[in-house]
Design a protein around this ligand. Structure first.
Ligand code: NAP
Length: 284
């Protein structure tokens, strides 16, 4: 299969590396000749260009749009005049509702996608062929999506070693608010709270003592600011609902501690310990 990848950053570059490794013919499209040079040097792509019109000569069967979320729809619109009929198109944006319906209206061979893997660094140099191995990769077909387009994406997901998960855009966005977007806001607030410690000696000691627990809970809050803003801006309602629920729980914990209600706190932590085990990612 001939695959074009638009935007050779962390996600686009990682897909390109893995798909090339798996024997697909991959054409990269970047805004920058330097990124093209780096992608070619890393063996991520066989050909690379900086103009969308170059796609015409490549005759892609599948195009993956791996730009920042806000650029997905404009990129699709700009791509359409250069695509052979029935070319399957997908994106990797981490929020699906604002994209999937308008994109499918323009091109029924579009399928919304979201690989559930990432890093705190960006760009082609951060790309890794095995980034998606064993990770869920969400597809969000709607009624108008062509079934063949969905099948093409499912075989691509198997090729990068990920697991397909099918759902609709609205459910996807609510679920990722809980497990991806809320954690970024909580983790960022944790870092901000610690960093406001007024005693410089205590702060220095906290920096020295921070170990795996702090590393785990602060990691996503120390990531790329642009991605956090993207989440809040484009999944605003679901992020606000999750933040309100979280604040209620924090308030409850504060009240129990103020009132020395250790039984209630214990029951709560026993329940969260049981709930934590329900997530496959937390199972041994
Ligand atoms: P990234 O490393 O910054 O890559 C994005 C690439 O898009 C850039 O390298 C650039 O490629 C291109 N680009 C940047 N600005 C552009 C613009 N204004 N117009 C057109 N192209 C532009 O970011 P990423 O982490 O790969 O994120 C890309 C997408 O993946 C986003 O939609 C995000 O929601 C989604 N996603 C991210 C993660 C994560 O954890 N990072 C996880 C899952 C999904 P060129 O320089 O080659 O043009």
């Amino acid at each position: 299969m001939r695959i074009a990848i638009v935007g050779l950053g962390l996600i686009g570059g990682s897909l390109a590396l893995k798909l090339t490794e798996q024997g697909y013919t991959v054409f990269g499209l970047s805004r920058s000749p330097l990124t093209c040079e780096q992608a070619l040097a890393r063996g991520a792509v066989q050909e690379c260009g900086t103009e969308l019109a170059q796609l015409q000569a490549f005759h892609p069967q599948l195009v993956l749009i791996c730009t920042p979320l806000e650029q997905v729809l404009p990129t699709l619109t700009a791509l359409l005049p250069h695509l052979p009929a029935a070319t399957v198109v997908s994106d990797v944006g981490s929020i699906k509702q604002p994209i999937v319906e308008p994109a499918t209206q323009q091109w029924p061979w579009f399928v919304g996608g979201h690989p559930m893997a990432g890093k705190t660094t960006q760009g082609i140099q951060a790309a890794e062929a095995d980034l998606f191995v064993g990770r869920p990769y969400v597809l969000t077909p709607i009624a108008e999506t062509r079934p063949q387009a969905l099948e093409t994406l499912q075989s691509l997901i198997a090729a990068v070693g990920a697991e397909s998960v099918l759902t609709d855009p609205a459910r996807h966005d609510r679920a990722v608010a809980w497990i991806s977007h809320l954690p970024v806001m909580i983790s960022a607030s944790l870092i901000a709270s610690v960093s406001q410690e007024v005693d410089p000696l205590i702060l220095e000691l906290a920096h020295t003592l921070a170990s795996s627990g702090f590393r785990d809970t602060s990691r996503v809050g120390g990531g790329i600011p642009q991605l956090g803003v993207e989440m809040a801006r484009h999944n605003r309602e679901a992020v606000l609902a999750s933040l309100r629920s979280y604040q209620q729980h924090l308030q409850q914990i504060e009240t129990w501690i103020e009132k020395r209600n250790w039984d209630k706190l214990s029951q709560f932590l026993e329940q969260t310990q049981r709930d934590w085990r329900q997530f496959p990612v937390n199972q041994p």
